[in-house]
Each structure stands twice: as C-alpha cells, then as structure tokens.
Write a protein that binds this ligand. Sequence first.
Ligand SMILES: Cc1cc2nc3c(=O)[nH]c(=O)nc-3n(C[C@H](O)[C@H](O)[C@H](O)COP(=O)(O)OP(=O)(O)OC[C@H]3O[C@@H](n4cnc5c(N)ncnc54)[C@H](O)[C@@H]3O)c2cc1C
Length: 301
Amino acid sequence: MLRPFELHRPETLTDAATLMAQYGSDAAPYAGGTELLLLMKAGIARLPHLVDVKRLPGTATIEMRDGALTIGAAATHRAVERSPLVRARFPLVAGVAAHVANVRVRNVGTVGGNLAFADPHSDLATLFLTFDARLELVSSAGTRELPLDQFVLGPYETARQPEELLASVRLTPWPARTSGCYVKFGVHERPSLGIAVALTLGAEERVIAARLCVGCVSPRPHRIREAELLLTGQPLAAIEAVADEAGALAGRAVDPISDLHGSAEYKRHLVSVFTRRALDVAVARAHGREPQRGYAHAVVV
Ligand SMILES: Cc1cc2nc3c(=O)[nH]c(=O)nc-3n(C[C@H](O)[C@H](O)[C@H](O)COP(=O)(O)OP(=O)(O)OC[C@H]3O[C@@H](n4cnc5c(N)ncnc54)[C@H](O)[C@@H]3O)c2cc1C
C-alpha cells in the first residue's frame, strides 16, 4: 500500500535542489516512478516528500554539447530510442534504449532514474562506460561533474549526496574506426548479463584501444582491464584467436553472487562465453559485416 506523501512540483532545477536541501533524507526525486513507487508500495522506502523532476525545463533535452552527447536526466528511454540525433550519431545507444524493459517502462522510465537507482541489472550504466560517461549533479551549493565509474558505487548505491539531483549524462563519441556492440542475456524481466565492447583500429588494422565492460554480474558495472590489455596491440585478424583467453580473463575478473539469475559459477561461465561472442560481433562489424547468428535469450545490439 502506498502511504500518503506530499508531491512537490518545482518550476526549475534550482527550486527542486532547494526543496531537496530543505527536506533532506525525507525527500526523494521522483521521475518516471517505475522503481520509486514500487519501493514505496512495498514499504522499503518511506518518504513523506517527493520532488517531481520530470517536468523541469531543459532536463529532458538530448543534444550535442561541446562535442559530447548530452542526455538530460529526465529524458525517457523511449525518447533516446527515437531521437534522430542519437540514432544518427550514437546508434548503439539508441539500439540499447530500444531493448530496455518493455515499451510501458520505456515510455515513463528515465535515463536519470536508471543511473541514480544503480540497479546492478542496468544496461545503460554498462554501455555508457564505453563512452567515458560523465554525470552532472546539481544541488543548492552548485554543480559538480563525476565520471560514471565513480558515481555507481555498488548495488543501489551511488556517490550522489541526498540533496543532489542528477541533471544530465554526457557521452564522449568513440574515436574514428571504432566498432563495437552490446550483448544482453537473460530469462527474467531484467538482464542477467550485459557486455559492451568497443575496439578501435589504427595503422595496419591493429587494435589501438579496447574497451570491454561487463554489467549485472558484479556489484557494479566495470571495465575488464586485463582483457583490454590482452586485446590492445593485436592485429584485427588475431582477435578471434585470443577471444577465448579474453573471455576467460573476464570470467575471472567479475565478482558474482548466486541468486535467481544463476549460481556464481554459472555467471562466470556466461561472462566468458558472451565476451567471446561480443568480440566476434565487434570483429565482424570492423570488417563491415553484420553477423547473422542469433543466440537464445540474448539480444545483440
Ligand atoms: C519491469 C522492468 C524491467 C526493466 N528492465 C530493464 C532493462 O532491461 N534494462 C535496464 O537498464 N533497466 C531496466 N529496468 C529499469 C528501468 O530502466 C528503470 O526502472 C527506469 O529507468 C527508472 O527511471 P524512473 O524515471 O522510473 O526512476 P524513478 O523510479 O522515478 O526513480 C528511481 C530512483 O532514482 C532517483 N532519481 C530519479 N531521478 C533522479 C534525478 N534526476 N536525480 C537524482 N535521483 C533521481 C529516485 O529518487 C529513485 O531513487 C526495468 C524496470 C522495470 C520496472
């Protein structure tokens, strides 16, 4: 049952930040409500004040700013999926947005709510790590920026101070000659695994930068530096030969727990297998080919 609460509807981001400072931990920002209202109904969160942040001017804007794709916190997944700018310049981001949850959740659920909630089963946080995402946080004391990997601290835990509001996320475009993909796997409502890969090619078709990010199976999404090191410097033609080793490194680097998504051992196995598959897709795309093969219970974006 939903307990009574007061809904505040400020007109500006500054007014919203003032309300957050005034009510402190008695208040929470309220965007699409897809997570927040569930928590309140279950009695897990008892909040006498909600501050509506989804109608604040400018906070749902999606635009290029100083060379980075800037997505306002109140932009819905559906808006990202349908944005001509995102589709043209960041097709992987639009493609992943189109596979978040279901259309009802995508219509109201926001990018800011997804990142601020820090559910380990988020697709966005994993994918956004490959774009060196930076978050803009606003409070009555001012504005600060944080890299995404310093923002998400663990399951449902972020570096956001209680009175701070997430205003936007900035994604830096991949360098030229980068190919990649996002692979998600799962049999439940939310993904059991998300893997994002980006390989940048330099002279003589060698990988000069590799990004491999894994989400859902560790307390927070993270890059697999050991595998990135292995991949960097390899000729594109050699990636297939080292993909198993990269998968094994990734499987060892994650920190899973056993839960309804599977045992810890099974999750390590999934990470190894899907790392290899994600690398296959990235290599095929670097050759200008689109792999035909699908994988059961998996989506390849
Ligand atoms: C059935 C289902 C399936 C899902 N499947 C997926 C999936 O496949 N992939 C995936 O990535 N996600 C998935 N999700 C998660 C979904 O993306 C999030 O529920 C949604 O994006 C949250 O946004 P919201 O606007 O509804 O947040 P709310 O519920 O309004 O808020 C969530 C939390 O964030 C805080 N918050 C909201 N906005 C701000 C802000 N601007 N500043 C600071 N704090 C803020 C709130 O106080 C609250 O703590 C799924 C959710 C559901 C219900």
